[in-house]
Write a protein that binds this ligand. Structure first.
Ligand code: PLP
Length: 394
């Protein structure tokens, strides 16, 4: 009998014992304010579907028409036979929407980071990375083999200290920060970070996955929010969240975009995004350019929900975006809270270590423009009831 795989069972048992095993729920409906979760209809407080576009009729129509015209599979990577006119159109439209020189798209935001970071820096270089940056930035940074120096979360003074101390030992540097931090909903001080990048002439990259379609005028993102047009070298975005589809993007300096066509490995070695998804992304930009209605509704929903949660006595942390963490501290309490909400018809996930630091467990509520007033009130009612039951609020 072979025992070479026994270690996996041991590891999995340990995860289960420590409460860190991922139990994955199954959806059997389209995304929206309500979802069928493990066969039960639930109010949806979990999706990144900020603008409700994931099930929007105009996006669905565009996707169907593209599938009819181009088929379902790309059958090639972008650099061989995989680039279609729709990819070019989407990239032009993204660049225009964001007011930058150029844009390139990838299969996902995760891929965009894996493509971009190793294309910009190598083993003679240094990366300055916010300590709470997303996993795909961490992986992209490791893949580059550059020296990684972490700076204190959202702290431009500490960044400057690190840059001053270390930059001289390396060929070139790259500063990377998330735009909106997905666990706390706070925004990177990109204006101050840009000042450091400019002062020391270091490349600057922001990953705006949770800011795309959310921050800035009509959802144009964090660079627009801080009015830093033309000053951020690389803006990574995703079409998998507010855009309601799937895919990643790099917008910014034209030479960097040209370089990524040559050296962004997922662009060269993994198949292109299918036409239907690309067409749906273009339809999403159409909607965003036509009206700010959805972005406005997202923010008014978020402002209302957060204010009411505070009135109830919940601690919603440091969020300044529609991401609403409900801080509970204890991981077990967070899990029980989430379970009780689910039984009450509200789907809101508990997040614990290692997704968030130990002792900082929470329920993360994702507010969307898909929510109506009634939905938000129903959610608030459930939070109030469970909060009292579990002694979180008085
Ligand atoms: C979600 C997220 C990603 C990954 O985007 P996908 O398109 O889902 O792969 C990358 N970076 C950050 C900061 C994210 O929040």
């Amino acid at each position: 009998m072979s025992s070479k795989l026994d270690w996996i069972r041991t590891e999995i048992d340990e995860l289960k014992q420590s409460g860190l095993y991922n139990h994955i729920r199954t959806m059997s409906s389209a995304q929206g304010a309500w979802l069928v979760v493990d066969g039960k209809r639930e109010l949806n407080f979990c999706s990144n579907n900020y603008l409700g576009l994931a099930n929007h009729p105009q996006l669905i129509k565009a996707a169907k028409e593209a599938a009819d015209q181009y088929g379902v599979g790309p059958a090639a990577v972008r650099t061989i036979a995989g680039t279609i006119d729709l990819h070019k159109e989407l990239e032009q439209r993204l660049a225009q929407f964001k007011g930058v020189e150029a844009a390139i798209t990838f299969q996902s935001g995760f891929c965009a980071n894996l493509a971009t970071i190793p294309a910009l820096v190598g083993k003679e270089d240094v990366i300055f990375s916010d300590e709470l940056n997303h996993a795909s930035i961490i992986d992209g940074a490791r893949l580059s083999r550059a020296k990684i120096i972490r700076f204190q979360h959202a702290n431009a003074q500490d960044l400057e200290k690190q840059v001053k101390q270390h930059l001289g030992d390396y060929r070139r540097g790259l500063i990377i920060t998330d735009g909106v931090f997905s666990m706390d909903g706070d925004i990177a001080p990109l204006d101050e970070i840009h000042k450091v990048a400019q002062k020391y002439d270091v490349m600057l990259m922001v990953d705006d996955a949770h800011g795309e379609g959310v921050l800035g005028r009509g959802g144009r993102g964090i660079v627009d929010h801080f009015n830093l047009h033309g000053k951020v070298d690389v803006e990574v975005g995703t079409m998998s969240k507010a855009f309601g589809v799937v895919g990643g993007c790099v917008a910014g300096n034209a030479e960097i975009v040209e370089w990524l066509h040559q050296r962004g490995r997922p662009f060269l070695f993994s198949s292109a995004v299918p036409a239907s998804d690309v067409a749906a992304c273009i339809a999403a930009i159409d909607l965003l350019e036509e009206s700010t209605e959805l972005v406005d509704k997202l923010w008014s929903n978020a402002d209302y929900f957060k204010a009411e949660m505070k009135k109830l006595g919940f601690n919603t942390g440091v969020s300044t975006t529609p991401i609403t963490p409900v801080m509970l501290g204890d991981a077990k309490l967070a899990r029980n809270f989430s379970k009780a909400l689910y039984d009450d018809g509200v789907f809101a996930m508990a997040l614990g270590y290692p997704t968030v630091p130990e002792g900082k467990a929470r329920i993360r509520v994702m507010i969307s423009a898909a929510h109506e007033q009634d939905d938000l009130d129903k959610g608030l009612e459930a939070f109030a009831k469970v909060g009292k039951q579990l002694g979180v609020i008085a």
